[in-house]
Structures are given as structure tokens and as C-alpha cells.
Design a protein around this ligand. Structure first.
Ligand code: CU
Length: 438
């Protein structure tokens, strides 16, 4: 995004204007959720949008959106730029002028869509601070919640990239992705109309770059990308009735899109995260790097010596949009230590019954910097939820892990409490005591 010339920006906006006039953009935007046909990917009895944001395992999430980005590029006849929200704290303003036309041609009230799914009135043109605030935001003014959360995104993406299997990677990467959606006050927030906000495509183009970066890391590690679900079709791309684009029809399975250069004829100028190429990132993880990569706030990518500390938060696999915040506590003193988010269509369903990996997941949030700031090096640490829409979930766990390990680690928890987490702590070593030392 930042490297686009004025001319390239104009060309993109022009292509978008043409696609809007022909109705082609609307067909792509509507495919993600509303007003698409919810029986294509669901049934009459159980309607479902095609985007797999809240799908059980999340295995299709990254590949589906890869095809989806290609779908719009084919319509525009141009490559989509990406918005690197780990670097850029300003909300992109590229499509600002097109907003009223998009709003009018959506076939649904995308602005009012929020009123049914999210915070009432916030984007309603009739309310003060409604549409005007939305336009101001499109004009490059970042929303305050976004600004507040943005400094954490680099750490969250860095943690996801260290994961050496697809399930853990996609689960961790969904966290900053969800936060970007959820800190938007308007259409990016409700899942069903999210793709009507053109910023969606700049956001997801970056998520695709992260996927490509991780694929390259896996190649360097000699580890696979493949999971079983990747050999199943990504609906509706596999259906010529609903998909007029040849390349996404031909590569309508996740594994067919791994080689995106061959399948979809695009590539990235440079795969880059926190100023590092995948090779540099990989070498640093192996301890061959020269210096830890730290940002201005002093937050590092876990590259320095020693153990890292994480808070593991239990979240339902299928849930509507929400933000979960937690504190880290030591001997009665508590400080805000982080957040995570859920993103999906529908209601924040109460997940009842015991916790298990079929219905829940454990999301890790790096809190090493908090422990260092507080100098809680030899303290008993405890995670406590301070904001959550979910009831009856077990409290967050504190995980200690050697910095060169991608997964697992040590969780100190009384044995009878560990039972509440079902099989979610399977890949950790659960120690029946509460003293945490790093
Ligand atoms: Cu998304």
C-alpha cells in the first residue's frame, strides 16, 4: 500500500469504479456473506455464508481468502496491494471516494447491516458520528480502538509465524486478523457484510502475504503446509454456476492454491515481516541471527535468550465477533496484559458442555514483555479474564516455553483444575504446582 505511486492508486480506483458500474464488484463482495445465496454453502434449513471465518477447524480460512482475493483481481484486471497493519497505524483511505457508490449499489443496506449484527447506530447515517465518522475513518483517520490495539499486532503475527504446523499457525494468525476486523466501527466488523468495505481486500491481501511468508518458512524448515481438509473443495469456487473465474475454478482446492504463482499468476515483490525476509526470520529462530528484532516500544519477537511467557486463553471455535481481554497477576497485583478476539457470523452462541478441542481452542498471547516490565521473574503468575462475552470458560493459563521452541511448554496448574480444560492442554506439560519461574 505505502509503496503505491499516485498513478497506481488512480488506476486501482478507476478499475474499481468500472467494476462497480458493471456490477462485477458487487458479485464478488456478495459472495462472502450477504446478500449472497446462503444455500450454496449452507442449506435451506441451516443457511451459511461461504466465507469460512467461523468454521470449526479454520483449515479453509487462509486458502479460501486466497481464492477470494484472486476473484477480485480478475474483476479489476489489476493486482491488489496489501495493507501491512503491523507497520501502518493509519486506516487505508484508498477507496474513500467510492464509498457512497458502494453503499448505494450493495443491494442491501451495508451500513445498516451493522445495526442487526453489531453495535447499534454506530454507522447509521442518521446518527451523529455515524456515516460521517465512517467517512472520516476512510479518510485515513484510524479508529481509536484500532490505534490502541495496533502495537500488539506485530507480536501476534510473529508468534503465529513461529508455529510449525498449519493448525497452530492459522489459529494464532486469526487473532490479529480478528482484531483488525473487530476494531473497525463499521462494515468490517459484522462478518456477513465485511467484504462490502473495500478495506477488507487490502486487509486480506496482507493476510495472504503472511500465509505466503509462512509457506516459505515451512519450506525452509522442511515442514509441510498440508492438512487433510486442504484436499476438499473451497465452496463456491468449485461450482461453475457460481464462479465465472477460470483460475479459481481450476484451483478450487486449498492444496491446488499452495503454488499461487503457478495457479493464480501473482507473486509478492518481497516477502517481508518486521523488516525480515523468511530466511532472516528462520535463521534468527535457529539462533544464527545477529540481533533481536525489537520495535520502538521495546517489544521483541522473542528472539532473545531465555524463556518466553504466554497466556493461553480458551475461546469457542465458533463464535460471533467479540474481544476478550485479560490481566496478568502476581501476588495480588494485576496489570492489563493483552487481548484476543473472535470473529464470525451469527450469535455469540453459548457453548455449553465440557471444554474440548472439538468445540474450543487455546489461543496463545505473548506476555513476555509484560513480565519483564513488571520484573515478575520469580513470581507466581496468574491470568484473569477482565472482559469476555463467554460464560463458564476456564480461566487463562500461564505458559512458560523456551524461546526456540515453536509449541508446547510448561503450565503450572493444580491437577484438579487441569481437568476443566479437557484435551486443550495436551501439547503442554502440566505441572501440579503454581510457581512460575523464568
Ligand atoms: Cu477476514
Amino acid at each position: 500500500m505505502r509503496s503505491l505511486s499516485e498513478e497506481e492508486k488512480r488506476a486501482l480506483v478507476e478499475a474499481m469504479r468500472r467494476a462497480l458500474a458493471s456490477g462485477a464488484w458487487q458479485r464478488v463482495a456478495g459472495l462472502h456473506g450477504l446478500p449472497g445465496d446462503t444455500t450454496i454453502c449452507g442449506t435451506r434449513a441451516i443457511p451459511s455464508p461461504c466465507c469460512p471465518h467461523s468454521e470449526g477447524t479454520g483449515a479453509q480460512f487462509l486458502p479460501w481468502h486466497r481464492n477470494y482475493m484472486v476473484q477480485l483481481e480478475e474483476v479489476l484486471g489489476l493486482a491488489l496491494p496489501y495493507w501491512d497493519w503491523t507497520e501502518d497505524s493509519a486506516w487505508p483511505n484508498l477507496f474513500e471516494e467510492l464509498l457512497p457508490a458502494i453503499h448505494e449499489s450493495a443491494g442491501i443496506d451495508v451500513i445498516a447491516g451493522l445495526n442487526r449484527h453489531g453495535r447499534p447506530g454506530q454507522c447509521d447515517p442518521a446518527t451523529p458520528g455515524g456515516l460521517a465518522a465512517y467517512r472520516a475513518r476512510q479518510g485515513g483517520v484510524a479508529h481509536s480502538d484500532f490505534l490502541q490495539e495496533q502495537p500488539n499486532y506485530r507480536r501476534q503475527v510473529g508468534l503465529a509465524l513461529t508455529k510449525e504446523n498449519y493448525r497452530e499457525f492459522t489459529s494464532q494468525l486469526s487473532q490479529p486478523h480478528n482484531m483488525v476486523h473487530n476494531t473497525n466501527p463499521c462494515n468490517l466488523f459484522p462478518t456477513l457484510v465485511a467484504a462490502w468495505d473495500p478495506v477488507f481486500f487490502l486487509h486480506h491481501a496482507y493476510v495472504d502475504m503472511q500465509y505466503a511468508y509462512w509457506q516459505e518458512l515451512q519450506r525452509l524448515r522442511g515442514r509441510p503446509v498440508q492438512v487433510l481438509e486442504h484436499s476438499q473443495p473451497l465452496r463456491p469456487f468449485d461450482n461453475p454456476q457460481h464462479n465465472p473465474v477460470g483460475s479459481t475454478l481450476a484451483a478450487s482446492r486449498a492444496d491446488q492454491g499452495y503454488d499461487y504463482r503457478a495457479a493464480f499468476c501473482y507473486q509478492y515483490d518481497r516477502l517481508s515481516f518486521a523488516g525480515q525476509t523468511p530466511e532472516q526470520f528462520h535463521r534468527a529462530r535457529l539462533g544464527l541471527g545477529t540481533a533481536a528484532q525489537c520495535d520502538a516500544s521495546g517489544a521483541c519477537l522473542g528472539l532473545e535468550l531465555g524463556d518466553d511467557v504466554f497466556v493461553g486463553v480458551v475461546v469457542p471455535r465458533v463464535a460471533a465477533n467479540s474481544i476478550i481481554r485479560f490481566n496478568l497477576c502476581s501476588e495480588g497485583a494485576c496489570v492489563p496484559a493483552g487481548s484476543t478476539a473472535t470473529f464470525g457470523a451469527g450469535k455469540a452462541a453459548a457453548v455449553t458442555g465440557p471444554v474440548s478441542s472439538s468445540t474450543h481452542k487455546l489461543v496463545e498471547v505473548d506476555v513476555t514483555h509484560v513480565v519483564k516490565e513488571q520484573e515478575w521473574f520469580e513470581s507466581v503468575l496468574e491470568g484473569r479474564l477482565v472482559e469476555s462475552v463467554f460464560e463458564g470458560l476456564p480461566p487463562p493459563v500461564v505458559i512458560m516455553r523456551a524461546e526456540d521452541e515453536p509449541s508446547g511448554g510448561q503450565v503450572a496448574l493444580p491437577a484438579e483444575q487441569a481437568l476443566r480444560y479437557g484435551d486443550l492442554l495436551e501439547r503442554y506439560q502440566v505441572d501440579d504446582f503454581k510457581v512460575g519461574e523464568i
